[in-house]
Write a protein that binds this ligand. Sequence first.
Ligand SMILES: Nc1ncnc2c1ncn2[C@@H]1O[C@H](COP(=O)(O)OP(=O)(O)O)[C@@H](O)[C@H]1O
Ligand SMILES: [Mg+2]
Length: 361
Amino acid sequence: MIVESVKLDQFRNYKSLELEFDSGTNLFYGDNAQGKTNVLEAVYLCGTTRSHRAGKDREMIRFGQEEAHICMRIRKGDVPYRIDMHLKKNRSKGIAINGSPVRKASELVGLGNFVFFSPEDLNIIKNGPAERRRFLDMELCQLDRIYLYQLSNYNKLLVQRNRLLKDYAGYPEAEAMLDIMDEQLLQYGTVIIEARERFVRELGGIIGRIHGNLSGNREVLEVTYEKDTQISQFAARLKQNRERDIRSKMTNCGPHRDDLCFAIREVDIRRFGSQGQQRTAALSLKLAEIEIVKQSVKDTPVLLLDDVLSELDSRRQRYLLESIHDIQTMITGTGVDDFVENNFKINRLFQVTDGTVSQKN
Ligand SMILES: Nc1ncnc2c1ncn2[C@@H]1O[C@H](COP(=O)(O)OP(=O)(O)O)[C@@H](O)[C@H]1O
Ligand SMILES: [Mg+2]
């Protein structure tokens, strides 16, 4: 799939903007704080309903304005789609596909596939488990609607359960309510764990290959799914933990505590890896993400590469650029030097200056 064009109104620092993209590589360059990332954010938001920065909708509306609009045209094979998004200050966003409003934002999911890659992603190996879970969820939600639905059920239920645990003493019915909640938690949680198992198995093979190439086959990267609980033990563990949950006022067991482990020669590189190992693994993970999308939806995702290149040494830069030549990319950077040095062809060049974008070729 490709993104053909995007039109912004009152989005972040753009009063209004219309852009047409090339189906190959599009580079946005300019000084800091001019609006490069904002363009990528708009594309990602309009394609996935979420910002990669995970902020509130209202934060994306241009300061002093009441609402913002994004209109994006994409093409899958020969079929064009138009997505309209309407951000409001105090209400949930409105979305229309080909002019027909959708009831739920999730109906947009899966229409297009987008991979966002920012410098923070290079820290995913050494950061906390929440970020690795976020990676799993962002990816699985794009690929699997059932997962999206069950994850949202699970998360809502978890909030309710924790609230109940906090007010436990005040509720005579609390014990019975917990019993009911636990049954549902088990039901949603099982779907989540199974989907993560499948995903990590697929990921393992792909990332191993990519990482082998990146490291000159000197190291073998292994990814494993660190489940907080086996499905077969989930029910029993919820029961066992009941007292503790009540005392600590939170849910101590479940897939909301899962993690991904990355190891090289049986050494856990989350904690003991060198910075180089951690970054190579992180880069492999992002490239594997692209590959998984290609394989599971039989289509190419659009890659949004935000300021990543300058963070990598020349070997990793070259590998990254070689890996992405066959998909549409929107890349941001302060200049064009890295691309020239790597003989990387830029199909369309945009300069970004204080909320305006001018095409340079
Ligand atoms: N809601 C908003 N309204 C107006 N301007 C905003 C809003 N949110 C962010 N900005 C501005 O956008 C600019 C940052 O844009 P960004 O795309 O992150 O820059 P960069 O070119 O460094 O990637 C900053 O000047 C910031 O003040
Ligand atoms: Mg930026």
